[in-house]
Structures are given as C-alpha cells and as structure tokens.
Design a protein around this ligand. Structure first.
Ligand SMILES: [Zn+2]
Length: 291
C-alpha cells in the first residue's frame, strides 16, 4: 500500500533575490548591494504577482532580509496579495560560510525586519542555495520556526542531500521538513521542479515526473526565481550569464504557465496541516547533511 496521501497537494514557492545572489563562485554581495536598487527585481516580482492574481493562486515567497530592508514595499505587496512571506537568509551567503552564531543573529534580525513590514512572524525558512548544515534544523526549531524547506534530495556539484527523504517529515520529532520534489529514475533522484532542471527539461518530461510523483502519493513542491521571468543579462558572472540567458535554453515562463494552468497551486502554510497529518519522524542521523 502507498504510505503517502499527498498526491493532491501542489505547492508553489519563489526565492526572492537579485541577479548577483549566487554562491558559486563566491561573490562579495555587499559591493553589489550598495549599487543595486532592485527596481528590475521588483518589476519581475510585480509580473509574478499579476500572474498569480490572474490564476487565483497563492504561493510562498522566501525573501532575503537585505532586500526586504531595502524594498519593504515589495514585501508588503507580496503579503497584501495573500501570499506567505518566509525567510531565505539575510544576504544569501552559504550557511557553512557564516556559521551558526552569525546565522542566529542574522535570522533574528530578519524576523524583526519581516514582522515590522507585515505584522507577522515568518513560519518557514529555506537556506540560500540549499546550503543546509547539520546544525540548521535544531537552531530553527529553537528559534520557533514551524518548518524548513532547505532539503533538496538530489546530488549536484554545488548542493543537495541525495539520501534525505523525498516526503515531508518531522526531523528528530521537532521541526517539520518539506523537501523539494525530485523523482526517481534508475535508482537515482532527479531534479525537475525548478532552477536549471525546470529550464532544461521539456514540458513533457516535467509532466511525466509530476504524474510519477502524484502516483507515489507525494506532494509537488516547485521553486522559481525572479530571473526566470526577466530577460536581462545584468552583470552576471560569465558562466552564469551564459547558462541563464545566452544559451536561451528552455522557456521557463511558458512552462510555468502550463504548470499553474494544469495544477492548482498553494502556499506552504495553506497546506501545512495536511502535510503534517500522519507524517513520519525521521532522525537527522539517517541522512548525510554536508558540513
Ligand atoms: Zn536563493
């Protein structure tokens, strides 16, 4: 018997950051932060919000603290449209690079920033560039977070926890984890639900992965970025600019429309109780989080 009954749940998430917020190779974000007014980012967010309004769709937005500080009106427009506002770190540095104490300080700062703008304390967190560390889950739990969405059970040269569960679970019985969707192919987990994976795969492949996952009773969790919806190279480091824009591979916007036209999407908070119902407790020692 299929142990999961989440096949009807489709979750849409966005990581709200600007063009330079990538962590490979490591950049000094503060240099770009000084110069960037995020107006192009905001116009992409406005475009996303109008798509979602048109489709009567709600989503979760994991937003950088630094951007929220500089563009509170952007955060407010997301919250006022009924979407969930959650955290994505302060400056998008990898968690292993900032360490536990700095992470705590910055996260406390972020909670204050977001509470000041929306009047609500964010419930969820997603680590920049999927950079979960072994200490992350207990720290989030101690800080009162209800869930984490930093686990991507896939193997890539830059990130991923390939042996983590593919289903939502309570880590050590405490924090609730909502891993991003991956599908099994020849005994390996494959990404398809956002980023480079969503970009390179044709819609037919994505659709196939979706029905396989639904058949397993797993929820669908997709992730997108503002740059999926703009057409500007910016001043991206060369290799990234090539992959993102010059190669012109995939048509993310078109596939995104097909996705939300075919599968009604929700924010994480709106389905959190359904996800938690009957969820298993998994010990963090069962999977290898990079340190
Ligand atoms: Zn990010």
């Amino acid at each position: 018997m299929n142990p999961f009954s989440y096949g009807h749940l489709n979750i849409l998430t966005f990581d709200i950051e600007d063009w330079y917020h990538i962590n490979y190779p490591q950049l000094d974000f503060t240099v770009y932060d000084k110069e960037e007014d995020h107006s192009l980012l905001f116009s992409a967010v406005k475009k996303i919000l109008s798509f979602l309004k048109e489709k009567n769709t709600k989503a979760t937005f994991f937003i950088l603290g630094r951007i929220a500080e500089k563009k509170p009106e952007m955060v407010l427009s997301i919250a006022e449209d009924g979407h969930e506002v959650a955290l994505h770190g302060y400056e998008h540095y990898l968690l292993k690079d900032i360490g536990k104490e700095q992470f705590k300080r910055e996260t406390e700062k972020c909670i204050k920033i977001f509470e000041g703008i929306t009047g609500k304390i964010p419930k969820g967190f997603r680590a920049p560039s999927w950079s979960a560390t072994p200490w992350l889950f207990s720290v989030l739990n101690e800080m009162g977070f209800e869930y984490d969405a930093s686990v991507f059970p896939v193997k890539t040269p830059f990130y991923g926890i390939p042996d983590a569960p593919r289903y939502p679970f309570f880590i050590d019985g405490n924090l609730f984890e909502i891993p991003t969707s991956v599908y099994r192919l020849s005994g390996k987990n494959m990404g398809f639900s956002g980023g480079i994976f969503f970009k390179i795969f044709p819609w037919m492949v994505i659709k196939k992965a979706i029905s396989k996952i639904k058949g397993e009773g797993l929820p669908l969790i997709f992730f997108f970025h503002p740059w999926d919806f703009w057409d500007r190279p910016g001043r991206l480091p060369k290799f990234k600019a090539r992959v993102m824009f010059d190669l012109k591979i995939g048509n993310v916007e078109n596939k995104f429309f097909r996705l939300i036209n075919n599968f009604p999407m929700n924010s994480i908070t709106s389905v959190l109780n359904d996800l938690k119902k009957g969820a298993q407790i998994v010990s963090s020692s069962k999977f290898q989080v990079p340190s």
